[in-house]
Design a protein around this ligand. Sequence first.
Ligand SMILES: Cc1cc2nc3c(=O)[nH]c(=O)nc-3n(C[C@H](O)[C@H](O)[C@H](O)COP(=O)(O)OP(=O)(O)OC[C@H]3O[C@@H](n4cnc5c(N)ncnc54)[C@H](O)[C@@H]3O)c2cc1C
Length: 341
Amino acid sequence: MTMFHVKHNVIIIGSGPAGYTAAIYLGRAGLNPVMVTGALSPGGQLVNTTEVENFPGFPEGILGPDLMDRMKEQAKRFGTTYIADDVSSIEACESDSVKPTYRVTLSDDSQLEASSLIIATGSSFRKLGVPGEQELSGHGVSYCATCDGFFFRNKPIVVVGGGDSAFEEALFLTRFGSSVTLIHRRDSFRASQIMVDRAKANPTITLMTNTVVTSITGTSSPTQNTGAPIAIPGLTLKRPAVAPASVSSIAVRNMVTGEESTLDTNAVFVAIGHTPATDFAAGVVDRDDDGYVVVQGASTVTSAPGIFAAGDCVDRTYRQAISAAGMGCRAALDTQAYLTD
Ligand SMILES: Cc1cc2nc3c(=O)[nH]c(=O)nc-3n(C[C@H](O)[C@H](O)[C@H](O)COP(=O)(O)OP(=O)(O)OC[C@H]3O[C@@H](n4cnc5c(N)ncnc54)[C@H](O)[C@@H]3O)c2cc1C
């Protein structure tokens, strides 16, 4: 086991928009942040998407991986040190002080110590786990209506799920889709009755119950996503010469009759829940029943002194890059106040 006998000011856990924004602020405050980026998906959820059109400052849009590279460079410029690993646990070192030191253990068993921590580990959306889902993710399969609904104007859209989020997404998507079909595996919904009533009253929405999606099919389209690179000073956005496949249909099965059929659609929005990546913090900070870190009011203060939390691991409502970045800023300012108090 490697033990670093350096006590850092602050360790940021997670390298999404929340983590990088916190790092930029803390770096500029001279606090030399250390960031544990996550081993599997440094850069966070946006690394797995294509165009991001709603992050301010990029009027032509920007590819998700390029946006995250820019955030990384910006945080590095102000002195952030990166460690490409996962945190497996955190604990308070024994101390009489009201401001404990925290020990962070990484997946290779090495350990770090810091006066404060920012948890910015995001959440992962639950997947359907059917053929075609992974291959067509970002090309018609989406987990975020706010992010991607705009791309499917006048196209048939499917939403999968039976809770409030699925209904909210379906209602929101009626602004864009020529039709919205909500598919749910049971005959009753977890969603509140008012949401179900609203959906039933909306002529664009069809509810398909007792039904599961069994596969998603795509076709290549030479007319989509092609064209000249987008010119942004200092950055070339690469557009593929040949467009990747995009969703064309799904196969479904009726859970009661067993009947299989095909449904034409250009978009599948999967809304079956999220899992916050916070298990490593269990028992150290308070989490709610679904694993979201609990913070005090509008702050990023957790139940443990000196531990702050930001982004999708806290926020079950907004789940946007800009809202995560905004919360990362607040976590940095809360940390700065704690360290200098
Ligand atoms: C396909 C897709 C498309 C999207 N499109 C848009 C869009 O167009 N516009 C928009 O505003 N939002 C979009 N979103 C939502 C947006 O990506 C998220 O709201 C945002 O990334 C949340 O930021 P975050 O910093 O909280 O967490 P994340 O981006 O989830 O980052 C979490 C980080 O924590 C790391 N991590 C996790 N566990 C550990 C651990 N134990 N140790 C160390 N590191 C760990 C991960 O590796 C990751 O780097 C999209 C999401 C998806 C999935």
